[in-house]
Design a protein around this ligand. Structure first.
Ligand code: KG4
Ligand code: ZN
Length: 322
């Protein structure tokens, strides 16, 4: 089975070819450099760049996978959530290929795509707890079987990735904030006392308090003309942001006894979070964090999700026939 998948929900134009359950190509055109001067993604610029790059990304994906258009059996694409203009361009491209080849079109949920990024190189074991940490979402999800998603908790306000981006802006660092905070925090020390956010036994999150605490800290230090190192603030923020994520996973482990824990989404590329989550592994619980290239937005994860949707549908059809 050969799947062509398209992801254009935000500022990455991405197309992947997935054949016989293997990623054959995974092409990503990142628009980050085009949005950096504005400190965040500008939706209109994102849409226009998707239009101008998608044909090139498509050609490259087909070429690198060494396939022909006629080899494609299914087309998967990100349908929601995301920026509407950006999503529309991926959808129109997917619909055109589907019409041209007369092959089925599979609409995918972006968050479910992130969740299936952990299944690109691994088989899921259930019950599974997954922490979704992206720029727009922070969710703790329980899965008892494939494509069965129970949201245990989510953020009341900022997503953790959004908090990274906003703290980076407060520190006058570049966009996106996650990678640069991750980098400079390595040279810093956890010397500033910052709040944990929603530190209770629920599975919900809140990151706006932590972000505001960083803003107040910087204001206070500046008002008193005290010298400070951005590295130390980055490190102190990152410690608390990751501590609360770990606390929620640990609480869920006690309640649901998962056989597998996964962390997915852009913030799963964070080096401190990766180490802390890896330390949660036990003889009964395997920890899977995808390779960095599958954490941030990509189409391989949409292809893997498409494969799962088709597989489940084919199984249902064969069950009905019996
Ligand atoms: O999943 P993603 O690529 O896009 C969305 O669906 O939102 O996530 C982007 C987010 C951004 O907020 C970015 O700052 C964050 O992921 N991010 C990181 C790291 N790399 C990307 N956050 C912390 N540490 C990183 N190394
Ligand atoms: Zn994403």
């Amino acid at each position: 089975m050969t799947i062509l998948a398209i992801e254009t929900s935000c500022d990455e134009t991405a197309i992947a070819i997935y054949k016989d359950k293997k990623v054959k190509s995974n092409i990503i055109f990142s628009q980050i450099a085009n949005h950096q001067q504005y400190g965040g993604v500008v939706p209109e610029i994102a849409s226009r760049l998707h239009i101008s790059k998608i044909s090139y990304v498509l050609k490259e994906a087909i070429k690198q996978a060494q396939i022909q258009y006629n080899d494609i059996d299914y087309i998967g694409y990100t349908d929601h959530p995301g920026l509407s203009g950006s999503l529309h361009i991926g959808k129109v491209c997917a619909q055109t290929i589907s019409l041209m080849l007369k092959k089925p079109l599979i609409a995918c949920n972006h968050i479910e795509g992130h969740i299936y990024s952990a299944a690109i190189n691994n088989e899921f074991k259930f019950p599974l707890i997954t922490l979704v940490v992206s720029g727009g979402h922070t969710q703790l999800v329980l899965m008892k079987k494939h494509l069965d998603f129970h949201i245990l908790g989510e953020t009341y306000d900022d997503a953790v990735g959004e908090a990274y981006d906003k703290v980076a802006r407060l520190l006058e660092l570049e966009y996106p904030g996650g990678p640069i905070i991750d980098k400079i925090a390595k040279k810093g020390q956890n010397i500033f006392e910052l709040p944990l956010g929603k530190n209770d036994n629920s599975f919900d999150f809140s990151f706006s308090g932590l972000k505001s605490a960083v803003a107040n800290l910087i204001k206070k230090l500046n008002a008193r003309q005290l010298q400070f190192r951005k590295e130390d603030i980055a490190c102190s923020f990152q410690e608390q942001a990751t501590n609360i994520l770990i606390k929620k996973i640990t609480t869920a482990m006690k309640k649901y006894h998962p056989k597998m824990i996964t962390v997915v989404g852009g913030v799963a590329a964070n080096s401190v979070l990766r180490t802390k989550v890896e330390n949660l592994a036990t003889k009964n619980t395997t920890v899977i964090i995808p390779n960095n290239k599958y954490c941030t937005d990509n189409a391989a994860m949409i292809a893997r999700l498409t494969w799962q949707i088709i597989n489940n549908r084919l199984k249902d059809v064969s069950k009905k026939k019996k």
